[in-house]
Design a protein around this ligand. Structure first.
Ligand code: NAP
Ligand code: G4F
Length: 368
């Protein structure tokens, strides 16, 4: 039987990598996209037009749209990745976050039941290490108690429990991957890692003066998104529907991430001071930057409650799924992201220069 996957959140970081992965495995891949006034889907543009890749309009806030797509596609696997995924944004838009990240999960499960696919369709739910929140033990595994610490995490906790409930009540093959932070060159630009790699590239190329960050001491277990999407698939190929922690088992601070990112961009930083007064000073690198403060702390990027000690234990995924959590090391991840942003910024800088030249030529009447 041919394998048909339906991915919600297909335009996101993980959705784009998962699409590539499933296409390479011979799946027919369907993605749900939201209606928008602009038709620009950067992360999946290279896949559009491929014979096994199809897009459908739908929204996690709209059950009817989900029932229509699920009924039409009749997927054998659903990957529910769609979410308002930014923790800080969840403090600003808690109701929207609850609707998409909590009730949205219920809508997907109910769409599967409404279409009579509960015995044939396996469902993956994108759960998160944010459930551990104000952590009650380190490192965290499948048995660690949850203590959600943001509107995002509280909404995702509902998603986790409703998946478990439908598994037990209706005998559905639905499970959650409790994924720790995973990053890539496709990561949204307001998440801390990408914000840092973009800034390091811009500062190194003279296009930005300084980077403002929040809590530099926050600790995360960062992996590479490309490696993590394989695990989503492995979870659905397991004999039994079970929940899994997916992490590298290695922890670093935001400060360390910044140090290595700037280093890859050719700038050596030394951090001095504490708390709000901590600063990252350039001690080696381009002459014009040496001695300058390049990283500062700003209250604007502190959260009302922050999760500061995430560290995952992937023992179960290693043993039961045969997953290798050390495929891409922290240092390699930082390097991949910085190299990509150095190239992106260089291309943008060149385009900007052309635009500036053109404006000057127009003004001087050199071109008409
Ligand atoms: P992302 O880049 O922010 O992508 C989120 C996706 O959800 C986008 O495609 C977005 O569509 C879509 N979406 C948002 N609201 C929607 C709605 N109402 N209806 C339909 N689609 C909607 O997130 P990601 O990093 O790929 O993460 C994927 C999933 O894993 C999310 O559920 C996230 O919460 C979870 N997660 C992520 C991490 C991580 O470290 N990346 C860790 C644990 C769990 P638009 O393009 O239209 O905005
Ligand atoms: O990069 P972040 O915004 O990611 P966060 O909050 O860990 O959430 C991400 O990972 C979760 C998995 O644990 C996902 F469920 C979620 O969808 C998302 O993908 O922030 C990481 C840490 C936080 O402690 C934050 O306070 O970095 C700290 N931080 C310090 N300065 C900052 C900044 N975060 C952001 N976004 N921007 C800053 O300037």
């Amino acid at each position: 039987m041919s394998k048909v996957a339906l991915i919600t959140g297909v335009t996101g970081q993980d959705g784009s990598y998962l699409s590539e992965f499933l296409l390479s495995k011979g799946y027919e891949v369907h993605g749900i996209i939201r209606r928008s006034s602009v038709d620009f889907r950067e992360r999946i543009a290279h896949l559009e037009g491929q014979p096994n890749f199809h897009l459908h309009f739908g929204d996690l806030g709209d059950s009817m749209s989900l029932v229509k797509v699920v009924g039409k596609v009749k997927p054998t696997e659903i990957y529910n990745l769609a979410a308002q995924s930014h923790v800080q944004v969840s403090f600003d838009s808690p109701e929207f976050t609850a609707d998409v990240d909590a009730t949205g999960v219920l809508r997907v499960l109910e769409a599967v039941r409404a279409c009579g696919l509960e015995k044939t369709c396996r469902i993956y739910q994108a759960s998160t290490s944010e459930l551990y929140g104000k952590v009650e033990e380190v490192p965290q595994n499948e048995n660690t108690p949850f203590h959600p610490y943001s509107p995002y995490a509280v909404a995702k906790l509902y998603g986790f429990w409703i998946v478990k409930e439908y598994r037990e009540a209706y005998n559905m093959f639905c499970c959650s991957g409790i994924l720790f932070n995973h990053e890539s060159e496709r990561r949204g630009e307001t998440f801390v890692t990408r914000k840092i790699t973009l800034a390091a590239a811009r500062i190194a190329q003279g296009l930005q003066d300084k980077l403002y960050l929040g809590n530099l001491s926050s600790l995360r277990d960062w992996g590479y998104a490309k490696d993590y999407v394989e695990c989503m698939w492995l979870i659905l190929q397991n004999d039994k529907p079970e929940d899994f922690v997916i992490a590298t088992g290695v922890q670093h601070s935001v400060r360390e991430f910044a140090y290595y990112a700037f280093k890859h961009a050719g700038i050596e930083l030394k951090f001095e001071g504490e708390g709000m007064n901590e600063k990252g000073i350039c001690v080696a690198g381009p002459e014009e930057l040496v001695g300058k403060v390049l990283v500062e702390v700003s209250e604007d990027f502190y959260r009302p409650t922050d999760v500061v000690n995430l560290w995952g234990d992937p023992t179960k995924a290693k043993a039961k799924l045969g997953w290798n959590p050390s495929k891409t090391s922290f240092e390699e991840l930082v390097k991949i992201m910085v190299e990509s942003d150095m190239a992106k910024v260089a291309a943008e800088g060149a385009a900007q220069k052309v635009r500036m030249n053109l404006a000057e030529y127009l003004e001087k009447g050199i071109v008409k």
